[in-house]
Design a protein around this ligand. Sequence first.
Ligand code: SAM
Length: 338
Amino acid sequence: MKKAILIPVEKAESARSDLLQKELLDGTRKIKLTGSKGEKFLEIPIKTDIEEYTVIEQDAPEYYGKWQSLNERLRDIIPLDELKYVPSGWQIIGDIIIVSIPPEIDKRKTVIANALLEMYPRCKSVIQDFGIEGQFREPIRQNIVGDKTETIHKEHQCLFKMDVTKIMYSKGNLSERKRMSKIDSGEVVVDMFAGIGYFSIPMAVHAKPKQIFSIELNPVSFSYLCENINLNHVENIIKPINGDCAEVTPQGVADRVIMGYVGVTHHYLKQGIGAIKKSGGVLHYHETTPESLLFDRPVSRIKDAARAIGREVEIMGCRRIKKYSPGVWHVVVDAKIQ
Ligand SMILES: C[S@@+](CC[C@H](N)C(=O)[O-])C[C@H]1O[C@@H](n2cnc3c(N)ncnc32)[C@H](O)[C@@H]1O
C-alpha cells in the first residue's frame, strides 16, 4: 500500500519542506490534488508513517514515468527555487556516474545521487567531480553514494579499466579516439602521452598496426595502461614505456606520432618530430589554443620545431576536438614530416 499525507493546499508547501528535511518524501509518486470544490487537499507521497500529519493509503497513486529527467525526479524532493541548479548532464564511466554539483545545492548531493542511481539501476556509485589538475591531468573527485571507484568502461569495442577518482576520461575526445583507430595497419606508432591507452588501445584493436610505443609518466595511469593492454589482448602490438617522453621517446622509428597532451605540448615537439622516420611520417600535435590564435600558433610551433632540427613540414589538416575552457579550444594539427 502507498502512504501519503493529506494536507490542505495552503499548508502543503511548509509540510513538504518539513518532510523534505526528514527525507520522508517518496519521489517515485506524484503529489495529487484531491477534495471537492469547497476544500482542496494535496496527497503528498511519503515513505513511512509520520504522526504529525493525517496519513492516508492512496487508492490510486500516480507514478512518474520510467524515464523521468533528474529535474522531474527531484521536483518533489528539493525546494522549487533550487531546481534551476540541478545538473542537466553527467558522465557514466563503466558502472559509475560522475556529476558536477553547483555549490548552491551541495547540501542536496545525496538525494541527487540517489535519484541518479534510480535512473541508472546498473550503476554502483555516484562521484562528485571538481575538475582536473596537474601534469598528470588527475581529476579531483569524491564519492557521494557507493564506495566503488574502479570500473571497466566499454567504448567502440575497447575496454578501459580505470579508477575514476585517479584517472581522467574525456568523453569529448571520443571522435578523435575513433579517428586514430582508422590508421593503416603495418605502421609503427609512438603515442607520447598515452595515459591508460586512450588512443593506443583503439588503434591496436581496430587498425592492428605493426607496433605502438605507448609512453606514460604517471605510474598509476601506466599500471592501468598495462592492464588494458592485457584486457584487450593487444600485447603483441603495444609496447608500454613508463617514463618522461622528453627522455624516452624512441627517435627515427615512427610512421606516426601522437602528441595527445594539453597546455605545454609544444615543449615536446623536438622529441615528437625526431621520432618520425627519416623517410617521413605523420604527426598529430594536440594543444589548447585561445580562439584568436587558431590555427596559426600550433602550425607555427610545428614549423619552427621542425626547422630547428632540419625537417620539412606539410600541414595536412587542423581540427577542433572540443571546447577546453571559455575562449580556448582543444585542437589537433596533422602534419606530414619529411
Ligand atoms: C590528458 S592525458 C591523455 C590524454 C589522451 N592522449 C587523450 O587525449 O585522450 C595526458 C597524459 O600524459 C601523461 N603525461 C604528462 N606528462 C608526460 C610526460 N612528460 N611524459 C609522458 N607522459 C606524460 C599524463 O600523466 C596523462 O596521463
